[in-house]
Design a binder for this molecule. Sequence first.
Ligand SMILES: Cc1ncc(CO)c(N)n1
Length: 400
Amino acid sequence: MLFFGLRLTLVQFIGSTHETRVFYTQLLPLTTVLTISIPETVRLLNKAEALYQSDIRSLDDLVHLAKALHSLGPGFVFLRGGHLPLTRNLEVPKYDIDKEVIVDVLYDGTDVSLIKTAYINTEISQGVGYVFSSAIASQLALGEPVPLATRKACQYVETGISKGNGLINYFHSTCILPFSRGHFIEYVLNREDVKPIWEAHVHHDFVKRIGDGTLPIEKFKDYLVQDYLFLVQFARAKALSAYKSNSMEAIAAGAEEILHIQREMSLHLDYCAEFGLSRKDIEEQEEHQACTAYTRYVLDIAHSESWFGLQMAFAPCLLGYGIIARRLWDDPGTVREQGNRYWKWIQNYVADDYRAAVAAGEAILEKHAVLQSSSQIDSLVKIFVHATKMETGFWNMGNE
Ligand SMILES: Cc1ncc(CO)c(N)n1
């Protein structure tokens, strides 16, 4: 580690005479990048008895200083100009208010590059050199060439100071998600702004009455017709989802989901046949407003939001029926088999085929959730919440 650090960039400039001699005679010629400030440079050049101009008053002086340092042997000199803030025109300011720019100098023995960053009036005086050299070393370890590594380090430190409130903020560009990989759905369902809305959907009175078989058959029939019309529109939205994806795998998965919806519809057609309704009869019915509102909301999200935003609009539908049916299936209070004319409905949504479709959808959500930025999570959850309310609206319609 020490070897690595020394080879790449000298982290620190050390104090006593003996150490300093070792430093400039033996270590500097091995150094890839010497990262150093103006006062450190003056001390080092004095000890090394090098020729240089000690009165640093201009950018030219800074460049000369970098050249003097390079004669001691490092591959690159990165001379930090933090002690010499300049004006916007790179001149030495008369007044503090004119301090606007910091210029750092990178010199490789041939080319001089100037790296300009904003001057930030800060309390931070100690430790900035460590941050620079570690940031450069990190970029070199990632394979960047020295000029780019140095430039990126300057930007990293500049933002760290400006976002730091008197300290350096090391995490200014690190994205931290509020959930652990693979637990996005659990996180969403347990959020304070989601939980009660989700509970209202999955524990709806309509659902209870499917479980105990007390739902009037007319209501179930009306609900099923609307749900068929719902699924037609949902299939359109799934087609748009396939359109919005850019891998063949995702397009094929979208097509699978549409075929799955078509299979789900045979439940509706079977029940409706018992009620004397043909497919044509169903398709001729007018959509209820709850059905139109929900499906056109999802279709609007399909147009206006990202592909993942659309998956969030699908999610209440995807997750809800599986959870509801599973609970009714497990509940000893549920009336089963011939005793409950809605048993077939419950069976449909715990069946392997449906469960597999839900599991595939859940895996897609988890896979892509970790690719989102943390600032988008709240607006994605809002889509989920709104679609969940639409699910509840659908049950309310069924109860009318
Ligand atoms: C309203 C509604 N939500 C979810 C499902 C599950 O596919 C459905 N059939 N209908």
